[in-house]
Design a protein around this ligand. Structure first.
Ligand code: SF4
Ligand code: SF4
Length: 378
């Protein structure tokens, strides 16, 4: 039977409506392993015993983010009202002290240094992140060698959270992802409290096993690309995507590096060529507001990463990693640049929301009007 013939709420309301972010949460929580990822998004590979309305519907952040409920869970009594950059306690520019991590990681390797500190000190025994120098995929990283191997941004839409299915042996995990991954993991993490029932029991009588989510490190994000469309675009420019070792968005360019050269692609051209994921066009969070620590190049100079310590444990982790010599920090961060970058993304979201509503397209009401909202409370 073709996938289209199976009943599935998320296909009808999220994927076919161009809202899916490829976060992977739906696939991660399906106890019957019915959801697979295809080029155009997640799909049911067999009929769902829950009539297509099980745990996947409950964790999808494009149905509703539940951010206003999640906030108190992670910020406790310090939870503040919605703000453009979300709430944070510390703001620093940081980089790894280890030259090997600096070289392998993104913008000075601060995120890799934080994760190294966590691994060395037994705070985590696995990281759910992206991996592979070739076609990027989600993976569970279990050692420091693998950590270096998976360091750096990937810039294609990857269902990072689907790797939770492979993390059954992990006790304490860190998740590194984009803002949409952060919403997805937070909904999964606080799942029983977010819905009227707990995790769904599968046909084998078992529930899925989610490791304790010790840390969520959220990356800054403007948009992401469809891997196949990006590959085609690059091929036309004479670059094989399989040769790309590193990809970085800097201002209005995607800069990719191969073993022998570096290439700059204009972001407008990538947008016009349809390389940007449809779900990204209507995304409103640039800075991973629900993470423990947000990280990105915006606001810091070359070779440094901006770190926003948001939760108490996020702030403590930055301080501890610095004290232990894994990280060096300085206070020079251009906050205005970050606000400008986040403001532009929110503006784009509002335009796109209006455009879709004007054209009578489906947009989930509870998601669109959910905290941090679209009614000026940015
Ligand atoms: S947004 Fe995430 S949870 Fe929702 S359908 Fe897409 S991949 Fe699944
Ligand atoms: S723009 Fe939004 S939806 Fe797209 S990858 Fe970034 S955080 Fe996810």
């Amino acid at each position: 039977m073709a996938n289209e013939e199976y009943k599935w709420f998320l296909r009808d309301e999220v994927v076919d409506a161009g809202l899916c972010t490829f976060c992977g949460a739906c696939a991660a929580v399906c106890p019957n392993d019915r959801i697979e990822f295809r080029e155009d998004g997640p799909a049911l590979k067999e009929e769902c015993p829950r009539n297509g309305q099980g745990a996947c519907k409950d964790v999808c952040q494009r149905v509703v983010t539940f951010a206003s409920k999640i906030g108190p869970n992670i910020f406790g009594f310090k939870a503040k009202p919605p703000a453009l950059l979300g709430q944070y306690e510390t703001l620093v520019a940081a980089r790894a002290t280890d030259p090997a991590i600096q070289e392998a990681g993104q913008d000075g390797g601060a995120v890799t240094a934080l994760l190294s500190y966590c691994m060395d000190n037994g705070l985590i025994d696995g990281v759910i992140a992206t991996g592979d120098a070739g076609k990027p995929s989600s993976r569970v990283v279990r050692s420091k060698d693998e950590l270096l191997d998976s360091a750096g941004s990937k810039y294609s839409a990857i269902p990072v959270l689907s790797a939770i299915k492979d993390a059954g042996d992990i006790t304490n995990a860190a998740v590194v992802g984009l803002p949409c991954h952060v919403y997805g993991i937070r909904k999964t993490q606080f799942f029983p409290g977010m819905t009227s029932h707990g995790f769904e029991v599968g046909e084998n009588g078992e529930k899925i096993k989610v490791p304790n989510i010790a840390y969520v490190i959220g990356l800054f994000c403007t948009e992401n690309f469809n891997y196949d469309k990006l590959a085609e675009f690059m091929k036309e420019k004479g670059v094989a995507i399989s040769d790309v070792r590193r990809a970085v968005i800097h201002l209005d360019e995607l800069v990719v590096t191969t073993d022998s050269d570096s290439y700059e692609f204009d972001l407008n051209e990538l947008w016009n060529a349809g390389c940007v994921q449809e779900g990204c066009v209507i995304c409103r969070d640039a800075v991973s507001k629900l993470s423990d620590i947000s990280a990105g190049f915006m606001g810091s100079g070359k070779g440094w990463t901006t770190l926003m310590g948001r939760t108490a444990k996020g702030v403590e982790l930055i301080q501890a990693a610095e004290k232990a010599g894994y990280l060096e920090t300085k206070p020079d961060v251009d906050l205005h640049r970050i606000e400008e970058f986040a403001g532009l993304k929110m503006q784009r979201f509002k335009w796109e929301l209006k455009r879709r509503l004007d054209e009578g397209k489906k947009v989930k009401f509870y998601w669109a009007s959910d905290y941090p909202g679209v009614m000026g409370e940015t």
